[in-house]
Design a protein around this ligand. Structure first.
Ligand code: ADP
Ligand code: ZN
Ligand code: ZN
Length: 729
């Protein structure tokens, strides 16, 4: 046993720290590799993170590592360091943090067999050792060896015909480094850019600045109004990085990673391998793209949140498009912000990162205006299209028909006559948000959540949009028997119905999560919209983002007011950015655009700023408010969430947690436990405790100690988790 190296393994189990195993024959070259180990009565896949010569455990009690899996080249040190940072910063165990970044098929015990053309060849050592090692009676091994000796590199497809015994022998030889795996003829990428537009002066200035500093860490905020040509600036900056033989990582919100965007990149760089990484891929595609990127075989990775962990040996530039988007923050497990992790990674690699948005997050905007980041502005539309005219319709003074004001209806009518498209936007899917009894006041509620059931009339179902509960619409009020129970309020389905009655000849297309569930639904919608096969689009915020609809000249917004007076201080920031994005859909092509917002508060500063297209004014006012109130980005926060069968249990746990924090004598501010804004979710009662400090480092140091103390409580009835830099409080 003496001198046997100890492998320290990261496992996907909810325990802090690494696990020690005896690892005879393992060397430093194996660090970062996938391994298989016994764990209790199970067998688990792990990642070898460190080698040590001693263990704090009794050596005699240590088990032995079972195998090193050959399907993934070792994770490079920078990725391991990135995962360590995330584990530390987001207070998450290291094992699960490393596993978060791996494709599902590379988290398993079974070996991932890649369908890429690859082959095996003898190494120098193998050429000498194998003929002596292989017994003449081992027929399969002899056949295998003969093949390897006669061909330079034997394709895996050919080896497969020898059966599993041969494969097993081969992997055994690979572990002895007698054979090695090699890819068969990967075509060398050719950088040639297809035709590109000449940039306008602002775009050119941005490009010159970025390209002038491709060596070295820099955070650029490309703050450009919708349609100002940000993507064009990314593409030309990317070309410059590619020119230097570097790889580029582009992160976009899930909903923006459309086939059209991928197409735009492919068309621009026709000779280059470009892969996407997003949830629409199957597991095999994901693993294949990921591995290709790790080997350096791809030039551009276009991906969502999770792609930020993709190993890229020649990474030279990162782009985060729509950096303000909430989907960059993971809301469970490792609760990371992909934008923030991307910034860390750019610093680690000493490369530039471009954050782009029409409505930057207040954090980013604050950094950019206080010169921690570098600000680049595009305040004209690239194709000279004018910004849409935005007007509010005061619903207190309008006679609404089915929730629609007469001005809005006549604007729609006008577009129909002119053959232009309109978009009516309402942030609620389903038919109506409430089913209500006028006699006794009963309203259909979810049994498992503190939320109302949403009426889906077409399917004749009541559905909870939080937990997915689903039941038939009752024919009478369950409390008083009243037969006349009514859907109250408006969702996309009801709006669609109302518009269809009002404009019987119009072709109406509803676009929400219900209508886009099918895998290729989006493609069809996109095609219809572009071929002019739809007159009125009715949609939720899915439609607010990055889609380019050239014939759209009118955008109507309903029911936006709820974001004005929410308990979450970020609601107004989100509403503002959503309105700007929605408004940005209008008039992108040759047509002048118009935006109509129905509201009870037309004089509210938020709407006033949207009407003036004044992001800066509004952002500065919001920042001032945040500064006065002591909210982020002027303070750093962490939220301890707890859920239990009864609210009292969750609250009691949080009170103990608060006491532990006081006992640590930390200088952080500790708030009182409060019920979560959605107190009951899927049958669990939820509460939360906020802690904050104006120095990130002080908060971080405290969180580490606090978490140790919380884990030591060994709480059984309460599920809890810590959310660092929470975005939903
Ligand atoms: P953003 O990403 O800011 O929304 P895009 O880069 O998608 O903007 O540009 C909006 C539209 O303007 C696209 O159709 C794009 O091809 C076009 N465009 C961008 N830059 C230029 C330019 N310099 N000259 C002409 N057209 C441009
Ligand atoms: Zn009733
Ligand atoms: Zn529910």
């Amino acid at each position: 046993m003496k001198n046997t190296p100890i492998a320290r393994i990261a496992l996907d189990v909810p325990l802090p720290g690494l696990f020690d195993y005896l690892a005879p024959g393992i060397t430093a070259a194996d660090i970062g590799c996938r391994v298989v180990v016994p764990f209790g009565r199970r067998t688990l896949a792990g990642v070898l993170v460190e080698l040590a010569s001693t263990s704090e455990h009794d050596l005699a009690a240590l088990k032995q590592l079972s195998a090193v899996l050959p399907d993934m080249p070792a994770l490079p040190p920078d990725i391991l360091a990135l995962c360590r940072f995330c584990a530390r910063y987001y207070q998450h165990p290291l094992g699960p943090s490393i596993f978060t970044g791996l494709p599902v098929l590379l988290r398993r015990v079974s070996e991932f067999v890649e369908a890429r053309p690859a082959g095996w060849q003898l190494t120098e050592a193998g050429r000498e050792a194998l003929p002596l090692q292989v017994s003449r009676r081992a027929k399969v091994q002899m056949a295998l060896l003969a093949l390897l000796q006669t061909q330079q590199c034997v394709a895996e497809s050919e080896l497969a015909t020898l059966g599993t015994a041969a494969r097993k022998a081969l992997l055994g030889w690979a572990q002895q480094q007698w054979v090695e795996r090699r890819l068969l003829d990967v075509a060398a990428p050719v950088l040639c850019e297809s035709v590109k537009p000449a940039l306008n002066a602002q775009q050119q200035a941005a490009l010159t600045a970025i390209v002038g500093q491709l060596q070295g860490f820099n955070v650029w905020l490309l703050h450009g109004i919708t349609g100002s040509g940000k993507t064009e600036v990314y593409l030309q900056s990317i070309a410059a990085a590619l020119q230097q033989g570097r790889q580029v990582l582009v992160l976009v919100p899930e909903i923006n990673l459309t086939p059209q965007l991928i197409q735009r990149f492919r068309q621009r760089f026709p000779g280059l391998p470009i892969v996407s990484l997003h949830s629409g891929l199957n597991d095999t595609e994901r693993a294949t793209h990921w591995l290709a990127s790790q080997r350096g075989d791809v030039s551009i990775v276009l991906g969502t949140r999770l792609a930020v962990f993709t190993p890229m040996p020649r990474l030279g530039l990162i782009v985060v498009d729509e950096e303000h988007d909430g989907s960059f923050k993971q809301q469970d497990g490792l609760r990371y912000s992909a934008r923030d992790v991307a910034i860390y990674r750019a610093r680690q690699q000493q490369i530039p990162i471009i954050l782009g948005s029409a409505t930057p997050s207040l954090e980013t905007y604050h950094h950019a205006t206080s010169s921690r980041y570098r600000l680049l502005k595009l305040d004209q539309r690239a194709n000279d299209a004018a910004l849409p005219q935005v007007r509010c319709i005061d619903t207190r003074r309008a006679a609404l028909v089915d929730g629609l004001a007469p001005q809005l209806l006549s604007a729609l009518e006008q577009r129909l006559q002119r053959g232009e498209q309109s978009l009516v936007f309402i942030n609620r899917r389903g038919y109506a948000p409430v089913l209500f009894c006028g006699d006794c006041g009963w309203a259909a509620a979810c049994q498992r959540c503190s939320a109302r059931m949403v009426v889906h009339l077409r399917e004749r179902r009541l559905r909870c949009h939080h937990c997915g509960a689903d039941e038939a619409i009752p024919i009478a009020c369950p409390d008083c028997g009243n037969l006349d129970i009514k859907p109250l309020g408006q969702g996309t389905q009801r709006l669609e119905t109302a518009l269809a009655e009002r404009f019987p000849d119009a072709r109406i297309l509803r676009i929400d999560r219900d209508s886009t569930r099918r895998k290729d639904a989006w493609d069809e919608i996109y095609r219809k919209v572009h071929n002019g096969e739809a007159d009125i689009l009715v949609g939720t915020q899915m439609l607010a983002k990055g889609h380019d609809f050239p014939d759209l000249s009118l955008v109507c917004v309903l029911n936006a007011d709820s974001g004005l007076y929410s308990s979450d201080y970020r609601a107004s920031e989100r509403l503002f950015s959503m309105l700007v994005q929605v408004a940005g859909r209008a008039g992108r092509g040759q047509l002048a655009g118009e935006v109509l917002i129905q509201t009870q508060f037309p004089e509210h500063p938020l709407y006033q700023s949207v009407m003036r297209h004044d992001f800066d004014g509004y952002a500065q006012a919001l920042l001032q408010e945040r500064r006065d109130a002591g909210f982020p980005p002027f303070i750093y926060q962490a939220l301890l969430r707890a859920e239990a069968p009864m609210l009292a249990q969750a609250e009691q746990f949080l009170r103990r947690a608060a006491q532990l924090a006081f006992d640590l004598a930390a200088p952080v501010s500790i708030f009182d436990p409060v019920a979560a804004s959605l107190q009951r979710l899927a049958g669990k009662e939820r509460a939360q405790l906020l802690v904050q400090h104006h120095h990130r480092g002080v908060l971080q140091a405290f969180l580490g100690h606090w978490l140790d103390a919380l884990r030591a409580l060994n709480e059984r009835n309460v599920r809890w988790s810590l959310d660092v830099d929470p975005t939903e409080v």
